[in-house]
Design a protein around this ligand. Structure first.
Ligand SMILES: Cc1cc2nc3c(=O)[nH]c(=O)nc-3n(C[C@H](O)[C@H](O)[C@H](O)COP(=O)(O)OP(=O)(O)OC[C@H]3O[C@@H](n4cnc5c(N)ncnc54)[C@H](O)[C@@H]3O)c2cc1C
Length: 507
């Protein structure tokens, strides 16, 4: 139930996984719109497209899609500073990461990301990760992943996508219907339950009753089945994550601006939150994510318009109230909530679609039969909770580690509660870089390099370089840093711009 990104990703994936053996019907309302945002992704979304057998050249042009190599955090540490959180693991020399070595060998500058990763140089030069012949700049990662899942991720794929959320839903709808998904466009007006409280059918306004064995609630923040019908408790994260509203604008890029395509999402810190910039082919998506304790919707819209679309008052703003937190259980009886109906933790690290993908994959892995073994739902719920809670912790790090305290909003972010598990991790980061043994212990999509990058980028540095490095010959580390610099230079010479490549697949 629901035809947004969650509904269509779920319907197409289930059909691909189970084929004729499982019938899939998707019902969506024409009256209740989709959220209309959610356009930046994680690099692991590639597993989703490859699972469906979709080639980039087929789906990207239909969804105004472009590449995302990183998130650029602007003004987060303090005004005027920026750094990149890339999709790139840290290299290692003599058993220590290049971030460790940078702290020991670097000049104390704040541009560590540009020395220990290749991606920031690609971002600063607006480069494409693919050459015009379609080959990837890192040759060992090219080729389809087939039907692999997040669990099987071994190598770090170097980019994710930006796409138009409405066009992606339309594309997947066409794809799904062709493969046998039954599509009903109608309002669900009543939910039927049996004597156990399980959902037996949904009643639509004009298309009668739709019966099913398993119901997937993709109705967005409403949670029509999971919360409104089954009454599952939703736990808010507002105590630790302040932002609860957003206002979004779609801004066309014309003329010279159309030919400049940044291959990254930008998150710019503002007085009462932050603004996203997501470059698509032909337009940018922008939004101001803020806390209504510190900013009114009118002020947020004014601020956003002044920054990203001055003089373009005709563009319609989309005001969104965000439900931050998660259901205690996302699978209850025969209802599984996927998407915003399950949980959401503000879009700072583009994790909404990642949560959807993870939820779908786990649903396939825990798919029930007529015995409805309750342990399947329990295992599913534990995994989903771990992923959302882990991302929550990671996001709280973004607010706690920054040096900013120049507005009431930024001051207040330092006074909010810290999730219990995060406090010792922050304490650890003052003496050693965060690693597997101290970061959030369950799979949540982020690896140690992400935790390290955010901590260092925001200014949470260990007080001293790792003491052991004073006793190790730095020759290998110096050679690796030099190699990184030389490789970055080579990429600048050889890669086309992101616009050149994306334009070529749209022509
Ligand atoms: C401000 C903001 C920014 C975001 N940015 C990102 C991002 O950059 N990256 C990312 O990965 N994620 C992001 N997300 C999350 C992302 O937008 C969502 O995860 C994604 O769009 C999925 O939404 P959904 O399908 O769950 O819900 P929706 O898009 O709200 O869809 C709900 C569906 O339910 C249907 N429906 C509801 N009631 C009924 C009814 N009674 N009868 C029939 N149908 C009904 C509606 O018609 C609609 O089709 C963002 C979210 C927000 C709020």
């Amino acid at each position: 139930m629901g035809g947004g990104t969650a509904g269509w990703m779920t319907a197409t994936y289930l059909k691909e996984a189970f084929g004729e053996r499982v019938d899939v019907t998707l019902v969506e309302s024409r009256r209740v719109g989709t959220i209309g945002v959610g356009e930046a992704t994680f690099s692991t979304v590639r597993h989703f497209f490859d699972y469906l057998g979709l080639d980039e050249r087929e789906w990207m042009p239909e969804c105004s899609a472009s590449y995302k190599l990183a998130i650029r955090f602007e003004d987060w540490r303090r005004k005027g500073h920026h750094f990149y959180h890339p999709f790139e693991r840290l290299r290692v020399a003599d058993g220590f990461t290049m971030a460790d070595w940078w702290l020991r060998l670097g000049d104390g500058g704040e541009d560590f990301d540009r020395h220990v990763y290749l991606t920031p140089t690609m971002c600063e030069n607006n480069l494409s990760p693919r050459l015009l012949d379609g080959s990837l700049f890192v040759s060992n990662l090219d080729g389809s992943l087939g039907r692999s899942t997040l669990d099987e991720q071994r190598a770090q794929f170097p980019y994710a996508y930006h796409f138009d959320a409405d066009l992606l839903a339309k594309f997947l709808a066409k794809y799904g219907v062709k493969r046998g998904v039954r599509h009903v466009v109608d309002d669900v007006v009543e939910i039927g339950q049996d004597e156990r409280g399980w959902v037996s059918h949904v009643t639509t306004k004009e298309s009668g009753e739709l019966c099913g064995d398993l119901f997937v609630d993709c109705t967005g923040f409403r949670g029509v089945l999971i919360n409104q019908t089954l009454g599952e408790r939703f736990t808010s994260f507002q105590d630790v994550l302040p932002n609860n509203r957003a206002v979004a604008l779609r801004v066309p890029r014309e003329g010279e601006a159309a030919r400049t395509m940044r291959p990254y999402t930008t998150a710019t810190a503002m007085d009462a939150g932050w603004i996203w910039t997501i470059p698509l082919y032909g337009r940018n998506g922008h939004g101001y994510v803020y806390s209504d304790e510190f900013c009114s919707p009118e002020e947020a819209e004014r601020t956003l318009r002044a920054k990203v679309a001055p003089g373009q008052d005709e563009l319609e703003a989309n005001h969104i109230r965000m439900r931050i937190g998660r259901n205690e259980r996302s699978w209850v009886n025969n209802v599984v909530a996927i998407g915003l109906s399950s949980g959401f933790v503000e879009p700072l690290e583009s994790t909404g679609i990642f949560f959807i993908q993870h939820g779908i994959e786990q649903l396939v892995k825990h798919f029930p039969d007529e015995r409805w073994d309750p342990r399947l739902a329990d295992a599913y719920n534990t995994k989903v909770a771990h992923v959302i809670d882990g991302v929550k912790e990671f996001l709280v790090l973004h607010y706690r580690a920054t040096e900013r305290d120049d507005t009431p909003y930024w001051k207040e972010t330092k006074l909010r509660a810290i999730p219990a598990g995060l406090a010792p991790r922050l304490e650890h980061a003052r003496s050693l870089l965060i690693d597997e043994s101290v970061m959030y212990p369950h799979y949540h999509g982020f690896e140690p390099y992400s935790w390290i990058t955010m901590a260092l980028g925001l200014g949470l540095e260990p007080e001293h370089p790792r003491p052991a490095l004073a006793h190790i010959d730095p020759a290998n580390a110096k050679a690796e840093l030099a190699r990184l610099a030389a490789e970055a230079e080579e990429l600048v010479e050889n890669l086309p711009t992101c616009y050149e490549y994306i334009h070529s697949i749209n022509s």
